[in-house]
Design a protein around this ligand. Sequence first.
Ligand code: ARG
Ligand code: ZN
Length: 875
Amino acid sequence: TPIRLRDYRPPAWSVEAIELEIDLGIDSTEVSSRLTLRNDPQQSTPLRLDGEGLELLAISLDGRKLEAHGYRYEQGVLEVHGAHDGSVLETRVRVRPAANTALEGLYLSGSREHGFLLTQCEAEGFRHISFFPDRPDVLARYTVTLRADRERFPVLLAGGNPAGSGDLPDGRHWARFIDPHPKPCYLFALVAGRLENIQRDYLTTDGRKVKLVIWSEANVIDCCHYALDALERSMRWDERSYGRSFDLDVFHVVATHDFNMGAMENKGLNIFNAKYLLADPDTSTDDEYRAVEAVVAHEYFHNWTGNRVTCRDWFQLSLKEGLTVFREQQFSADMNSASLKRIEDVALLRRTQFPEDAGPLAHPVRPAEYREINNFYTATVYEKGSELVRMVAGRLGQEGFRRGMDLYFERHDGQAATIEDFLSALGDANHIDLAAYLTWYSQAGTPRLHAKGEYDAARHEYTLSLSQQTRPTPGEPDKKPLPIPVKLSLFGRDGQLLPLHTDGEAQGDGAEKVIVLDRATQRFVFKQVASSPVPSLLRGFSAPVVLEYNYTPDELALLLTHDADGFNRWEAGQQLAMLAFDTLRDGDDSVACRAWCKALAALFEQDAMDNALLADLLTPPGEIEFADRQSEVDPARIHAQRETMQHRLAEQIGIDALLARYRALAADAGEPRLDAGSQARRRLKRCVLELLALIDAEQANTLAARQYSTASGMTDRLAALSVLVRRRAPQAASALAHFRERYADNPLALDKWFTVQAQVPDEPALAVVRKLESDPAFTLKNPNRARSLLGAFASTNPSGFHRADGAAYPYLAERLVQLDALNPQIAARLATAFNGWQRLEPLRRHAAQQALESLARHEGLSPNLSEIVGNVLKH
Ligand code: ARG
Ligand code: ZN
């Protein structure tokens, strides 16, 4: 049965303090715990603690060993009789790290000989380590003592401040950590093994000396410097932007190659998937450098949004995740280009979250129920959650938002809070009622914002009629209207911005205003408008909605050419590309497609164009975005038609111009530098090469092969390899062989080798993937490797995965069963590739349904995988 938000009850039993003594071993680790308990006098339920797969070795209550009738341990719950407020419960359990393939709780990363031990507790991993009320509203003080063989585990780490260490008999040693800040158990962490570190001192603005330490295995410690710099930048930024400083004497960050997610914000001991911590020019692309910076910041920012103020229950997950993604996005925008960052984030939202909202897995940012919480670490909770914070922040303005955040921290520091608490603090600090925004949190689906403009030439008035509609989602047939802030400007037909005059229903001044649609329909009148305008709506993507406005191709071309705001310029291009796509039929000439090609070709000629923005403008919406707009999806056709558009664009620009630009951009390759200008050149170069490949394959292949062999960094090397592989160039095989050999001992680089092949379009992909499975480096046991092949194929290669004969569906189903036996979280995540199957054209749809139904019938699926399969099938 599902867990429901409305059933929330405060804990009957909580824990004031926990003392853990852990004797570490790879096969067997013994965990002794001493809990000082608190009982809510209102609730007379017996003491119940969570515990999964724990081998109970000893148990005593208030110093007395418990007899068998004094407790019961079954089905993940330890029930203890005779406990009262202030009781002390002591347990000793054995866990088996090396046998833990789910990578939840305490597990081994790497080999038995050389690997290290670590933990992952969010969301409910702590119950795999010790008995505890495993819920985020139980905050306790932690004292942790680790003991292990000194030779095998020279480094012993846990969250909190160091509180002593020393030798023990028999070559063992110990180390103790005390965390002064009460925390929920999902933020507990330990790490033990042979690790190297780099470190630096940091002085907070409130005068605390903090030691920042990054740990990794010896062979990659040199790849941690970029992350250390990013950490320092993040810490400064949070002090400057939110007035929040770090609150322990030491901050540890550890990299592992075996991790289910991106990274984890454990108090004082962040643990990272190596993919988001290690960075060096030979292994990492420009995008990956930026991802490292963003994830380092994200985890660090959790120290206040997540740790100091945590979540009352897992329904409130977006309270910490949406808010922390928003803070991370603000930080990245400050460190890099704000409009490029916005483009990247909106593209991500459309590629990952919109399909979620449009399919059987749709759920609100604050879900009302779940079976397996790990299935709710979704694009909706994270990315849409961030958009909701952004809307509210926009409503309050920069200073008002800061006032609200200050009040939020003041009220809730040290507490487990709710989304209502968050909105109340933001609202109260500004004397504004934000309650209407709660509907955004409780209602699934992407609203459609319909806009229509009418110009009254006699009165010089422009009337904008807005209406909203959200389609039903599973379990939510009726939708309420939402407050939708629409930031807008009006353009004259000559491309000039027009001043705005309204009746006072809008915020803002000059030529840009925000109007808020908070009913089903509403009209807004603008006065003194000299001529019939072209509206630039939803600027900066001011609300996570789908805008429906009947633009003509010329109007979009005007905005694409003249809008001063980089984001909206890109957006006009995307809308024009959508129009082009919709009106393009095989062999047909489409007015919109011509307008799109012409406008972009003209921008291509402009010297003043920023290289990175130009690259983004030249990239049409992805196949997933096109599919999202169709009622009957044929992924092969979408792939082909999108390529037709790019082909026409390339023709419009012309071979000569493309070649000249490619040569100019390639000319100043040298040492790979990371500054924005160099990154932008590489990005545009890739784009130009891809366009060239569509109209002059031979020439493009030659250039790509040369770029591959002369590239000085991974961005250029991988771009070239990708062109060769995707175009099935004759040079592809030798480049692939070279890459395989060169990076044989570099797992992060080798992941890219699997991915680039798994993304080869159309029919050939499945055979390629099957063949790669027999590469000795392939394994389902490592999440990054499994994702690099199966995830890349099923989730990022629509024309390959959705092949016409449906053969990839039973193939994936079979792998999911194998993976599920090892790592249910990863299996469940990969299974979401089936999302959207109901809208496939009939042949594919039936094949997908069969594969899913037989998967659902499979005995012994994990709760994780069966929840996803059940939901995806059900609706
Ligand atoms: N809190 C982590 C982050 O977003 C993600 C951890 C998710 N873990 C999980 N098992 N679902 O930074
Ligand atoms: Zn997070």
